[in-house]
Design a protein around this ligand. Structure first.
Ligand SMILES: [Zn+2]
Length: 228
């Protein structure tokens, strides 16, 4: 495997290198790129291995791992990666969702707004902090409101790009709720844009997923009304 940072410019990337593609936050598809054997290793073994590897990164940077403040960092990082901030990679952590009959016959749009999430950019492994707004029109089934929040958190806890996060939440809601009528809007700040690279502290990125009834401008206007 090549360890060179400046990789070959390849034809299928339109003449850009992998390094440049990542810095521009382009992405390749809706599914998180995972290896086939991604979950063959147990979480405990993953944590042990990540701890060793992270210790090596700190060593290479010249940090003194015998210092009491740094000593536990490799273990802490490993635990945080697997149990917390990247726990959404593992399908076993997917929230269990129970559907209920729509007893109230509420057939208008339901909007859950301002769901705060913390994710991480897959190109730089630094935080993406944002708010998600999700909406759906019931096809006869409803889910608990907290579950909408849990679905957002599950997909956020992966190395992500914002467009994929938006699409993954939208597709999941369509499947769970058995309806096409789903909308997701995400408004987020990328620390890799504000704290490094172009160092723009004020910009935010907005992405959307509109499906079914939400393809109509009237429905989108109604949704925006709820959000503003
Ligand atoms: Zn980034």
């Amino acid at each position: 495997m090549s360890n060179s940072i400046k990789q070959q410019k390849t034809k299928h990337l339109n003449g850009f290198s992998h390094f440049e593609i990542g810095d521009d936050h382009l992405y390749t598809g809706i599914d998180t790129p995972l290896k086939k054997d991604a979950f063959d290793m147990s979480d405990e073994d993953k944590k042990k291995k990540i701890s060793i590897l992270f210790e090596e990164i700190m060593n290479v940077m010249g940090l003194d791992l015998t210092d009491d403040s740094l000593k536990g960092t490799p273990d802490r990082v490993a635990k945080m990666y697997i149990d917390e901030i990247y726990s959404g990679l593992n399908p076993k952590n997917k929230p269990k969702i129970a559907l209920f009959d729509n007893k109230y016959q509420y057939n208008q749009m339901l909007v859950e707004k301002n769901i705060t999430f913390y994710s991480n950019c897959e190109h730089h492994f630094v935080p993406i902090i944002g708010k998600a707004h999700v909406a759906y029109i019931s096809s006869g089934k409803v889910i608990g409101l907290s579950k909408l929040n849990r679905i957002v958190q599950y997909f956020a806890k992966r190395p992500q790009v914002q467009e994929r996060l938006t699409n993954q939440i939208g597709q999941e809601l369509k499947t769970i709720l058995d309806t096409e009528d789903v909308a997701v809007i995400i408004d987020a700040k990328h620390l890799c844009v504000s704290s490094r690279g172009i160092k723009d502290d004020t910009s935010a990125t907005v992405t959307s997923f509109f499906s079914g009834a939400f393809n109509s401008p009237a429905k989108v206007a109604e949704l925006n009304n709820y959000l503003n």
